[in-house]
Write a protein that binds this ligand. Structure first.
Ligand SMILES: Cc1ncc(COP(=O)(O)O)c(C=O)c1O
Length: 304
């Protein structure tokens, strides 16, 4: 990781190397940290943050679900993201706002902990690296996606990512790039940090929120593209057989972008071409770089 100049901590910009916390920070022990993953891109009119209000809204919702009082409004956190990107040298970056139960009290009642808020940014290439270009080789993991009766899946909480990490490790250890998780009903849910879409006979579909997924902002972007591009689209459950026999499959996420899947458990996907994925991926690239006027509303410029 290439250090940036500063990290925002509890309202102040702190030099990168000084942004440290105590080993007895409550959230480190009990997973009580809610966060976001946001990206800023270079556009013809300077660096801009993609869908910032939507990410901050999801952060505020995660905080509400976990009864965390952040002590900062959505507007203040959004402004802090803008200030941070403007102050740091990277022209394109990933942003990580995080709120966590801080140092002071231990034990299983987080309500006695003070909440700390930080925002870091750094340069981060496509999350799935080269696989995003070549096509992602995925496997269906036997770790089941956490169920909303056990944990609130719509809250982007650090604790949820133990489930994601187990799935990811299993996939990587078996020689794959990425995992696909099924839900407790055996239906397709999502990747460890991405939503999933499939195309069959020209129809685009993705699992509904009720399948236990995180409602991704990139997923919403793709859904809006489909509507505007007049691509037939449904939110519906899929079995793993339906995934294996899809014409096209892709992941969507802030970290991964739109990443074509080329293989699932040894079954080739998209070997007759991936026209809908390619079209959506191109539109996404143009949109995040400020080249599509219709979607410029999704970009928050960081220069005044
Ligand atoms: C579990 C999970 N699903 C899906 C996504 C994709 O969400 P987004 O498109 O908002 O980045 C993410 C990333 O935040 C995630 O962690």
């Amino acid at each position: 990781m290439k250090p940036q100049k500063e990290i925002w901590m509890d309202g102040k910009l702190v030099p990168w190397d000084d942004a440290k916390i105590h080993v007895l920070t409550h959230g480190l022990h009990y997973g009580m940290a809610i966060f976001e993953g946001i990206r800023a891109f270079k556009t013809p009119s300077g660096t801009a943050i993609f869908r910032l209000p939507e990410h901050i809204e999801r952060l505020m919702n995660s905080a509400k679900i976990y009864r965390m009082n952040l002590g900062f409004s959505a507007k203040e956190i959004a402004q802090a993201c803008v200030d941070l990107v403007r102050n740091n040298p990277a022209e394109e970056c990933y942003l990580r706002p995080i709120a966590y139960t801080g140092y002071g009290e231990m034990g299983l009642n987080p309500l006695t902990s003070k909440i700390s808020v930080a925002i870091a940014s750094w340069e981060w290439g496509a999350y799935l690296g080269d696989a995003s270009k070549k096509g992602v080789r995925a496997t269906i993991t036997n770790w089941v996606r956490i169920d909303s009766r056990a944990m609130p899946v719509q809250a982007k909480c650090a604790a949820n990512y133990a489930n994601s990490a187990l799935a990811k490790m299993q996939a990587v250890a078996a020689g794959y790039d990425e995992a696909i998780l099924l839900n407790v009903n055996g239906m397709v849910a999502e990747g460890p940090g991405e939503n999933i879409f499939r195309v069959k006979d020209g129809i685009l579909s993705t699992p509904p929120a009720s399948s236990g997924i995180l409602r991704g902002i990139t997923r919403d972007t793709v859904i809006q593209f489909a509507r505007d591009e007049k691509i037939t689209f449904y939110r519906n459950d899929a079995t793993k057989e339906e995934l294996y026999t899809s014409d096209e499959v892709f992941f969507s996420g802030t970290a991964a972008g739109i990443a074509r899947v080329s293989e699932i458990d040894g079954r080739q996907i998209g070997d007759n071409g991936t026209p809908i994925t390619d079209r959506l991926a191109k539109l996404y690239e143009q949109t995040i770089h400020g080249k599509v006027r219709r979607y410029s509303k999704w970009l928050t410029p960081v220069s005044p």
